[in-house]
Design a protein around this ligand. Structure first.
Ligand SMILES: Cc1ncc(COP(=O)(O)O)c(C=O)c1O
Length: 383
């Protein structure tokens, strides 16, 4: 990628710092909200939602996480034009247009489908923020990740920074890792599971990377009360559960202190679960592995992709899912849409009922935003 105009290194640094500062001023850290629900009480589970939908009214959710370091990289390369790809209702395109508007980048979107989509609420708003839209056939759109296609696009726009569909690349991983760090700082209890909706796999890969890179968790030392404390010296307790391993060393001196035992437990790392919103999404496992390789993450972590909660495919919204979303928002006060976050919470509740989680566990669900898509859904329904 070529610099749009040549600044001195000093000027370039200043403009990078200015962008970082502006980002800090506009973007708020999102809250970690505890959710109350009878199902959670029944299974003795604690659920928090990381409300990334509240990061910013226009640049919301995982879209911001994935764009942040892409924008900084573009600025570092002194490139002020960003091109990306998306469907006609794309949350990523909507967020990119808003980010371009707020942070001073020219933006171009290559959209799958016909030009009349420009009247839908997502693209209308993107145009209002100054984004240029190019509509391409479904055939052409299929080439969006092929290197020859990307090279010819780069030749057409030599001074542009090209971001893949959904924003998922190694810069995205860095941004999502920050969400994980925030969660670990905000939670007042070790987290056992993190769950997210999965489309292209970038967000799931970022969470996995965050866990792999996390500093070794501090050891927790507790006092526990035992009944028959016969053994005099050292005892190693190893509890193995399907998802997490807990290893603790218990030290027992002097049997006079009849019932006391000191337990030192090394804190387990959370397991990350992605809920695929697309049908036949097994191929994403490989995509996630290659994203992690690109980001040079090679440490093993405990993660999995659930592929049975697609409800018929991408953007398919059967009645049962729709009413779950309405009920969920009413009961918890957390707004969701049925394409990503609704499918994730639906899957989470089904997994709870299936006994996927152990009693007493702490779960964090990442709210990845996407609420802008609700207007488009309403418009489609009314046709
Ligand atoms: C609201 C929302 N949630 C989740 C996702 C899935 O994220 P990823 O593509 O990184 O898997 C997307 C985008 O694809 C999205 O728009």
């Amino acid at each position: 990628m070529h610099p749009a105009h040549h600044q001195s290194d000093d000027q370039a640094n200043v403009s990078l710092q200015q962008l970082e500062k502006k980002m800090q001023n506009i973007i708020a850290p999102s809250p970690l909200q505890k959710i109350e629900h009878p199902l959670l009480d029944l299974w003795q589970l604690t659920l928090f939602v990381k409300r990334d939908d509240l990061i910013h009214p226009e640049i919301s959710g995982n879209k911001w996480r994935k764009l942040k370091y892409n924008l900084l990289e573009a600025r570092r390369q002194q490139v002020d034009h960003i091109i990306s790809f998306g469907g006609a209702y794309s949350n990523h395109i909507h967020a990119l247009a808003a980010a371009g508007f707020h942070f001073g980048f020219k933006t171009t979107a290559i959209i799958r489908g016909e030009s009349w989509y420009a009247n839908n609420p997502t693209l209308k708003q993107a145009l209002a923020w100054g984004m240029e839209l190019q509509f391409v056939t479904r055939q052409e759109y299929k080439q969006r990740a092929e290197s020859a296609y990307l090279q010819s696009l780069q030749n057409d726009y030599p001074h542009a920074f090209i971001i893949p569909e959904g924003g998922s690349n190694e810069f995205a991983i860095r941004g999502v890792m920050e969400a994980l760090q925030e969660i670990q700082q905000q939670a007042n209890h070790p987290i056992d599971h993190i769950i997210t909706a999965t489309g292209s796999g970038g967000t799931l890969a970022g969470l996995i990377a965050g866990i792999a890179q996390a500093q070794p968790q501090p050891k927790v030392t507790g006092i526990t009360v035992l009944k028959n404390a016969h053994s005099r010296n050292q005892k190693i307790v190893s509890q193995s559960q399907p998802q997490t391993k807990v290893t603790g060393i218990t030290v027992l001196k002097n049997a006079h202190s009849r019932n006391q035992k000191i337990v030192s437990q090394s804190q387990p790392q959370p397991q990350v679960t992605g809920i695929a919103v697309l049908k036949n999404a097994h191929y994403l496992n490989q995509e996630i592995v290659s994203l992690l390789q690109q980001a040079k993450i090679n440490k093993n972590t405990n993660w999995c992709l659930q592929t049975d909660f697609h409800h018929g495919g991408y953007a398919k919204v059967p009645l049962e899912l729709n009413s779950f979303c309405e009920q969920f928002s009413l009961q918890t006060g957390v707004p969701v849409e049925p394409i990503y976050t609704g499918k994730m919470f639906y899957a989470l509740f089904k997994l709870i009922e299936q006994g996927y989680f152990n009693r007493g566990e702490h779960i964090v669900a990442l709210h990845t935003g996407g609420l802008q898509g609700l207007d488009g859904l309403k418009q489609k329904k009314s046709k």
